[in-house]
Each structure stands twice: as C-alpha cells, then as structure tokens.
Design a protein around this ligand. Sequence first.
Ligand code: OGA
Ligand code: NI
Length: 376
Amino acid sequence: MDTKVLSSGIRYSNLPESYVRPESERPRLSEVSECEDVPVIDLGCEDRTHIIQQICRACMQYGFFQVINHGVSKETVEKMLQVAHDFFELPLEEKLKLYSDDPSKTMRLSTSFNVNKEKVHNWRDYLRLHCHPLHKYVPEWPSNPPPFKLPSSKRIFGIIIFLSASAYFFFPSSIVVIHRFRKGLFMVDIVSNYCVEVRELGYRLQELISESLGLEKDYIKNVLGEQGQHMAVNYYPPCPEPELTYGLPGHTDPNALTILLQDLQVAGLQVLKDGKWLAVNPQPDAFVINIGDQLQALSNGRYKSVWHRAVVNANKERMSVASFLCPFDRALISPAKPLTEDGCGAVYRDFTYAEYYSKFWSRNLDQEHCLELFKN
Ligand code: OGA
Ligand code: NI
C-alpha cells in the first residue's frame, strides 16, 4: 500500500494482504443476526424511575442501549456528520499533514487501531481529537480548511461576509477559497457545540446509571473527577472483501462511557450477546451508549463493558462519531463499596485511570478484556 491512510481516493479491487484475518478470526457475516430487542430508552419520558429501571436492565443484559429524546439537537447532529464527511474529503496531502500513529498525541489522523502493535490491520481511518476543556484543545484541531481552529466565530462572521463579498467582486475566482474559509468557521463551531451537548448528555446518563446501581446520583461523577472527553471520527471506506477483515475487531471501550453517533444510511456496528454477534442497525435520532471498562470496574462487574465491533461493506463508505468520556488521569477506580457487600468482595483491584489507559494502548485491540488484568 502506498499511502498511510485508506481515505486516499484509491479504490482497491482486492484486500491488501496486511488486512486479511486468519480464517478463524473472520467476521462470518452470514451468521450475524439483527439485534431485535435493542433497548431504546426515551430520555424524554417523565417517569424517571422507569428510565432508571430500563437502564439497569440494559446495562446488566447488554452493556449497551440506545437513547432518544436525548437533548442533543438534531441540527447539531446533522452538522457534525456533515463536517465529518467533509473532513475525509479533504485532499490526501492535507490529511497526511495530520497523520500520526503515536497514541499519546492529542490530535491526529490515523488508521486501523494501533498500527505499530497489531499484526493485522483494520479497514478504518480515524481523526482523533481531545475535546475538553475546549479552550485547551481547540487550538490544535485541524487547521484545514484554514480557519478550523478560530475560537468564537460569530463576531468575525460579519467581517468575513463583507470581505468575501468584496473579494468576489474584484476576483470572482476567489469564491472557492472563500467557501472553504467559511466552511472552516462553521466547522469549529459545529464540532465544539457537538462536544458540549454530548458532554451534557453524558453527565445526565452517569447520574441515571449511578442511581440504577443504587448509588448516590453524583457517585460516578465524583469518582471520575474532571472528565476528559475524546472524539474518534471514524471513516470506513468501501472494502473490496468485507468477509476477510474488520473496520474494528471485537473490543470493549477502555473509558467510562461512549456516546456513538452512527451514520444513518449504513449499518456496521455489532455487539456480542450470549456469545453471538448481533447487528445494531442505526435508528433515526438515536445515540448508541456503551458502558466502558471503567464503569464495569466501578459497578464491580454488575454492568458489562460491551464487546462490540464494526464491520465493513463492499459498496458504501460508513462513518461514525464516537465520543468517549474518560476519568481524569489520577482518578482512582475501584468497585463501589456498597456493591462489594454481597459476599463476593471486590472483583477488581484499585487502579488509576492513567495506569489502565497505558496498559490498554500497549496491547492489541482484540486481545482478552483489558480488565482481566486488573482482577483481584
Ligand atoms: C469505537 C467504536 C464503532 C463504530 O470507535 O470505539 O467502537 O460503529 N466504533 O464505528
Ligand atoms: Ni468501541
């Protein structure tokens, strides 16, 4: 392969060797059935107790659920998906300026999962951003299209319109540049807004999850401290031989809570339930919520950090936007005391999130559950 990323405009007719999984590890797509009773929880419901009960059941049985009436505006979601598409349509040389395979970088375009650690690659590119606090990270967000990283655009917007109109009057061909420039301004607002609204939703869910475990409403929030927020904008190009590889192989998310926005047009997310892979088809106006490893530990294993994977398809590109809420680095994660008092004690030892995270990235994605390494 002659480029570092898949989103290079090249359409492959065969799957390159380095993406081909051994026979026993392939997705066996024909054996996957649809997940028919995906828990869909209406957060707009007035009966809070009912919501909490639904969350409890979903987290114990699946480790994932979907939410509707979640408070993130439709406009914010649609614009975020559009920006994500626009980003991957940038010229290859622009994207390559952002390329890195160093997981410690807080902003990077990368491919597969952990290219230096894994034996077989995955059919995915991704833009990874840190999103909280915004004022710290927005300055390092992609600067192409040029004003991607301008802070607040509203005031500047009027000036841009004026300058654009003047430039267009004198140099009509400048319209392409102007269009790019304005699009960039929108981008930073769009992505920032999205991050803020999704964070709100995350906090709300953490309260409901705390209560569903019989803990104080603020329990999870207090343990996780000032939470980090990361975003992976995932791009899965059409794949010449989808039976032989993955977009992302089966894994659990290492963080606390994942809020996933799926492309409505193209399915690809699958979750493991009772030893079977089930397809989670996109549902309008919904987010998929995954319990991550940290909540599995904190709940003393009561709630499952769900195994999930992304499969690819031959004809269509697919996108997803994953937002990860993470404990702050020095947060001490341990099973909540009240949940260890049923005779079985603490299933996991105490650890800091920093310790967990570095262990996670030192491994291959589809190895055993990273939490296994933290068992008592
Ligand atoms: C992830 C993830 C699933 C998807 O980014 O961790 O699981 O459908 N993504 O893209
Ligand atoms: Ni994941």
